[in-house]
Design a binder for this molecule. Structure first.
Ligand code: NQM
Length: 351
């Protein structure tokens, strides 16, 4: 099934419909999406990291969750499929997909699906309308980056398993730049835009075209990846890099996020949850850039196509550290196509 999940788009599969062996599965997914090819012309990928995504969903064995969701990023230009990150946008389609495929029985009005994100072991609960026991994609929720309105998918994240500050510090100097490395579901490096000599309000295309900026970002990312315990991240999709600038439209902060090479046209869900947590950490590089959080759980993260509202809380621990509590977000999702995909044949000119 092809679905839009939040501001991303991807192919959703039942795990049973794919080879169980990861190398065979990934090889098939490259042929399904049409990678490697900058246009993905011979596959169903959309020629951008945000539209070259896969969800693999299966019934969960334990009682604690209903389904397992493995997210796979299919690289557009390289023959690489990576399971090293979660995707909170594709996550928005997982509950409806599980109902569509009969993995979860729908309730009469709305259904909550408890999901294990296999990539990290973290959990989420997605709630969406199912009048009469069928998924209803129509509704009045609007999310920036998607034209029109659709049914709300409310996603709740309990506290994650990993460390909120993976380097153990509120600030680090990485490749000569002061940053805050934070992980509230997505390993993210927060960088004041000004320190890289950009405003942080540029169009993503203009930022992508800046070769000097790309080189600096790569340098920072490789060094931050090591510091965050991620090892050599030269071929990984994490950590993400988020440039911070003062808000311009009533939000808490303006962002431009690199995922990690292309600049996001909005921001990821867990990426936004990580930025929001960073804003709540006293002494982070967001201080003096972001509006200090004033009461309430909700923060508005501005991005190139509007904003994402994220609910999150961060507590102090008894040893003076910080710990993220719950996060929540409203997304929408839509079933786009249900059918049979015809992967490029193995004999299709590929070696
Ligand atoms: O951060 C893109 C997206 C994402 C990830 C990326 C996401 C998240 O917008 O939860 O959703 O950061 O690669 O789909």
């Amino acid at each position: 099934m092809l679905m839009r999940g939040g501001t991303s788009k991807g192919a959703y599969f039942l795990a049973d419909d794919l080879p169980a062996e990861p190398a065979a599965r990934d090889e098939l997914l490259l042929r399904v999406m049409g990678s490697p090819d900058p246009r993905q012309i011979d596959g169903i990928g959309g020629a951008h990291p945000l539209t070259s995504k896969v969800a693999v969903v299966s019934p969960s064995e334990g009682d604690e969750v209903d389904v397992d969701y493995l997210f796979l990023q299919v690289n557009v230009e390289e023959p690489v499929v990576s399971g090293r990150q979660n995707c909170g946008n594709v996550l928005a389609g997982v509950g409806p997909f599980a109902v569509e495929r009969g993995l979860v029985a729908a309730a009469e009005e709305e259904t909550s699906v408890r999901i294990r994100m296999v990539n990290s072991g973290d959990r989420a609960t997605a709630t969406f309308p199912t009048p009469g026991g069928r998924v209803d994609y129509t509704g009045d929720a609007e999310i920036s980056g998607v034209p029109g309105i659709a049914a709300a998918v409310v996603i709740e994240f309990p506290p994650g398993q990993g460390a909120l500050l993976p380097t153990g510090k509120v600030r680090d100097t990485v490749a000569g730049t002061e940053v805050t490395c934070v992980d509230n579901g997505m390993p993210t490096v927060l960088i004041p835009a000004e320190s890289l000599k950009v405003t942080g309000y540029e169009d993503p295309k203009d930022l992508e075209a800046d070769a000097g900026l790309a080189a600096r970002l790569r340098e920072i990312r490789l060094a931050a990846g090591e510091l965050m315990g991620l090892g050599d991240v030269s071929h990984a999709t994490v950590p993400k890099l988020t440039l911070l600038a003062p808000p311009r439209n009533g939000g808490a902060v303006t962002t431009r996020t690199f995922i990690p090479v292309r600049c996001h046209t909005s921001i990821g869900v867990l990426g936004a949850a990580s930025v929001a947590a960073g804003l709540r950490i006293d002494g982070s590089v967001a201080a003096g850039i972001a509006q200090p959080p004033v009461g309430g759980d909700r923060l508005r993260i501005e991005h190139p196509s509007g904003f994402t509202d994220i609910e999150s809380t961060v507590d102090r621990t008894c040893d003076g550290g910080f710990r993220a509590q719950r996060s929540a977000v409203v997304r929408t999702a839509r079933k786009l196509f249900n059918g049979t995909v015809f992967p490029v044949p193995l004999t299709g000119g590929r070696s």
